[in-house]
Every structure is written in structure tokens, then in C-alpha cells.
Design a protein around this ligand. Structure first.
Ligand SMILES: [Zn+2]
Length: 253
């Protein structure tokens, strides 16, 4: 059953649960999981509860949702608690990366084109979830999250498995020079006339390598949310859609 999209690499580890929702997940109400985009809260909550049930996880799950702001702010979750799950009121404020060593705590990222990055330290058993749009990518939030895992939990980056989940690809992510200028030192764009086609997944992959991860431990989904709009929400393709899909990762008991 293709209810969720999963990583081959992360899927090898029993102690790590992860999933990416898709439109094929067929949640009752249109499939969005975001409370912050103006959709009916009761329908989103219903989708979330349905999804949690279908995850079929052998965990007494607590879900963490952050109020994502394209920052490079990272929050370490230190206890088994839910945040931002039943209401937006208690979501983690102004935060774009989550890390935890707590079993049964599901870290979530909501996107519709931005890059979700899921991280798992297989030795120390630490998980992290990152939201990287162009601003977060410019701020190296992905590299900084690995840095935080090293600083707080003593992670060895060579033990970290990374999954760069579906996001808008170089094929579809057209930006102006105002955005492209921040990435001129990379090879992660094509210039087409006055426009630039930017490759955010590639830059995040490079940041993971720079942070010390092994190339073979990084899996790129290779799926473009805009090209595959039948499957994923795409803010660009759907011209400002309110739907968001969810990428999540947790440690199981
Ligand atoms: Zn595309």
C-alpha cells in the first residue's frame, strides 16, 4: 500500500519510524495537514488523527509541529509531549528544525515545495526534521542542525542517515537574481535568460556533506512537487494552494 512515501535508507532501521504523506494517502478531507493556512481546523485535526492511526506505529506517539518561519532556529525536544498537534496555539514558535532523543516523539515538517530533510543518527539514536526553503537553505539550517546534533548529543556525522524528501526541483523552481545571488558560489542553478532555475535539494545535500555526512548515507527523493502535483502539494504549481503535506520522523520503543 502506497499510503506514505518512504526512504529506502531510513526504512532499513527498525528503531526509526518515518513517513511522507502524499495525496495518495487519501485522508478524508483533501489531505492537507496544516493548521496555519486557513483551512477548517476540525478537518485538519481529523486528517492528522486519521494519519496517526494509519502510521500504525507501535508507539504511543506524541507529535511536534513548529510554527515554521524560514528561520535557522532549531529546537531540541527534551520530553515526551505534543506541541501544535491539536491546536496551533501551542506550536513551537518561530522554528524550522526539530531534534529529539525521546522515543515516541514524532517530529513533523509541513511543506508544499520547500525542502524537508529528515535525519537519523543510527548509533546515538537521535532524530531531526528540517524545513529548508531558500532562506533556510541560505542560512544553512540543514548543516546547523547536524552541528546541533553533534553539540548536544555527541553525534558523529558519519553515523547520520539523511533523507531529502520531495520538494520543488531545479526543473521548476524559477527565481530571480535577488534570490539566485545568494547561491552564486554553488553550481546549483541554471541560468535561462534573465531567470535562474535553482536546485535547493542539491544545495542541502552539499550542506550535509560539508557537515561531515557520508555521501552514501544521503538519499535524495528526486521527486519534484511541482512536476508531481498529482501526488504532492505545490505552492507554485497550485498557485498559492493552502494544502501542505507532512514529513515526519520518530524513534520507536
Ligand atoms: Zn519539476
Amino acid at each position: 500500500m502506497a499510503e506514505f512515501y518512504c526512504s529506502k535508507l531510513l526504512g532499513k532501521f527498525e528503531q526509526c519510524l518515518h513517513a511522507v504523506t502524499t495525496k495518495d494517502s487519501k485522508l478524508t478531507y483533501h489531505g492537507s495537514l496544516a493548521l496555519h493556512t486557513g483551512e477548517a481546523a476540525n478537518e485538519i485535526i481529523s486528517n492528522r488523527l486519521e494519519m496517526a492511526q494509519r502510521l500504525g506505529a507501535d508507539i504511543d506517539a506524541h507529535f511536534i509541529v513548529a510554527n515554521q518561519t524560514h528561520s535557522d532556529n532549531i529546537t531540541v525536544i527534551e520530553s515526551r509531549e505534543s506541541k501544535g498537534w491539536h491546536t496551533i496555539e501551542d506550536a513551537i514558535e518561530n522554528c524550522d528544525a526539530l531534534i529529539t532523543d525521546q522515543k515516541g516523539v514524532v517530529l513533523t515538517i509541513l511543506t508544499a515545495d520547500c525542502v524537508p530533510v529528515l535525519l537519523f543518527d543510527s548509533k546515538k539514536e537521535i532524530v531531526a526534521a528540517v524545513h529548508a526553503g531558500w532562506k533556510g537553505t541560505k542560512a544553512d539550517i540543514t548543516g546547523k542542525t547536524v552541528g546541533k546534533m553533534i553539540e548536544v548529543f555527541g553525534s558523529d556525522p558519519e553515523d547520520i542517515i539523511a533523507f531529502i524528501a520531495p520538494s520543488i526541483g531545479r526543473c521548476c523552481y524559477e527565481v530571480g537574481e535577488d534570490v539566485a545571488q545568494h547561491f552564486m558560489d554553488t553550481e546549483a542553478f541554471d541560468k535561462v535568460g534573465e531567470k535562474y532555475m535553482l536546485d535547493l535539494p542539491l544545495i542541502n545535500q552539499k550542506q550535509l556533506l560539508d557537515a561531515g555526512l557520508i555521501a552514501e548515507h544521503i538519499e535524495m527523493s528526486g521527486q519534484c512537487t511541482s512536476c508531481e502535483v498529482e501526488k504532492y502539494f505545490s505552492y507554485r504549481k497550485e498557485q498559492g494552494c493552502s494544502g501542505r503535506f507532512m514529513s515526519m520522523i520518530a524513534l520507536t520503543f
